[in-house]
Design a protein around this ligand. Structure first.
Ligand SMILES: *Cc1c(COP(=O)(O)O)cnc(C)c1O
Length: 388
């Protein structure tokens, strides 16, 4: 569903013609310009563009000072990268239920908070905003951090603020499956100077000293990090993709509204924490049972699927977590670390039955921003006839 074309080709050509594909210092400084533009578009103080959404999640957790001895609460329905990012920081993922919105069930999150909990990671799955007011209130009550995984929700918002800018930090992804794409890529967003400085060092620890102006005023001492820099081609591509973002979202929202308005009397559309801010990449329809949901998605022209069937998005399919292999080297494995000995890493297939039931009773219909009236009407007719 990408919108990608001449503008991106010209931007990449500009970088190649400049003869300087490396981000640091010289050349066109596409990545640096892109970070400025991303900050403005998202409405946050700091942005770091990285190799992936997962790199941004890990950098944010490191930036929050999270590590061995800490529990981080994540939802039962998210891409496995969310859980692995927690383990990459040396911490333990604790899995909480989702509700009908397909995002974190805040009451279950509260039940899972322990004296070891350091952060909550609400994931805005399929562009649906998590219940950020309640999550922030809970985090404030217990003095813990919030990292928004907005990898599937770039540009979406909650009560007028862009997703990824409400918690202490947020992560975006630009991989193949997301709303806009650079093939691979991601970004860390934050208003926190500390998270930004630590993220800056962590995502570029070897070269960070060359970033003349970016390092100005950095007070965090350099520590060993990872290499998550992107090249100028990614920066140039993303600058063009960002220009398209709000147009794509407007078209997704228009198409989703057209379809939902026409079918809402026939089908149970799932509730939303902010229907205005929703990215509208999907329509969720809830059924009384799995058999009805399966029959619905199989009907002619519906082209839907059940989230329970999407593999690595459901916790029961996260082998490295369920089977507790947190790293190859035992000393690097959070599940074997002394600091994590008393933490909650008891995982069972039936630990989040509410989520498994919901993921089996909800049908997802994808929405395309490039559908016109004809395609929307075809979809409406298919959904209505499958509903009877
Ligand atoms: C895609 C995705 C990620 C990871 O993004 P990458 O850029 O592939 O690392 C993390 N969380 C969620 C919810 C995702 O959908």
């Amino acid at each position: 569903m990408y919108r990608i074309g001449k503008e991106e080709i010209d931007a990449v050509a500009r970088v190649i013609n400049s003869g300087d594909l490396f981000k640091v210092n010289k050349g066109l400084m596409e990545v640096m310009h892109c970070e400025e533009e991303l900050k403005l578009l998202m409405g946050c103080k700091y942005a770091l563009i990285m190799t992936s959404g997962k790199a941004a999640l890990i950098s944010a957790l490191i930036g929050m000072g999270i590590g061995p001895g800490d529990e981080v609460i994540i939802p039962a329905y998210t891409y496995i990268a969310t859980a692995i990012a927690v383990m990459a920081a040396g911490a333990i993922p604790v899995i909480a239920e989702i509700d009908e919105t397909l995002t974190l069930d805040v009451s279950d999150v509260e039940k899972k908070i322990s004296k070891y909990t350091k952060a909550i990671v609400p994931v805005h799955m399929r562009g649906f905003a998590s219940n950020m007011d309640e999550i922030m209130a809970l985090a404030n009550k217990y003095g813990i951090r919030v990292l928004e995984d907005a990898c599937q929700a770039c540009g979406g918002s909650y009560k007028g603020k862009r997703l990824g800018t409400i918690g202490n930090a947020g992560a975006l992804s630009y991989n193949y499956y997301k709303i806009i794409s650079t093939g691979e890529g991601g970004a860390l967003l934050t208003d926190s100077r500390t998270i930004y400085e630590r993220g800056l060092i962590f995502h570029d620890s070897s070269a960070v000293k060359f970033f003349g102006n970016q390092l100005d005023g950095v007070s965090v001492p350099l520590f060993a990090g990872n290499e998550y820099r992107v090249c100028e081609i990614t920066g140039a591509l993303l600058r063009e993709q960002l220009k398209r973002l709000d147009g794509i979202l407007a078209d997704l929202r228009r198409n989703r509204k057209t379809i939902v308005d026409a079918v809402k009397d026939y089908l149970n559309i799932i509730p939303s924490n902010d229907s205005e801010g929703d990215c509208c990449t999907s329509i969720g329809i809830i059924f009384n049972n799995e058999a009805d949901a399966r029959e619905f998605v199989k009907a002619k022209g519906v082209e839907g699927f059940l989230p329970i069937d999407t593999g690595k998005h459901v916790y029961t399919n996260w082998e490295p977590i369920m089977e507790k292999r947190g790293a190859l080297h035992p000393a690097m494995d959070p599940f074997k670390m002394e600091a994590n000995r008393d933490l909650n890493h008891h995982y069972t297939v039936d630990m989040c039955m509410k989520s498994l039931n919901l993921l089996s009773c909800i049908a997802i219909i994808k929405v395309d921003p490039d559908w016109g009236e004809k395609e929307c009407n075809e979809r409406i007719i298919a959904l209505k006839s499958a509903s009877v």
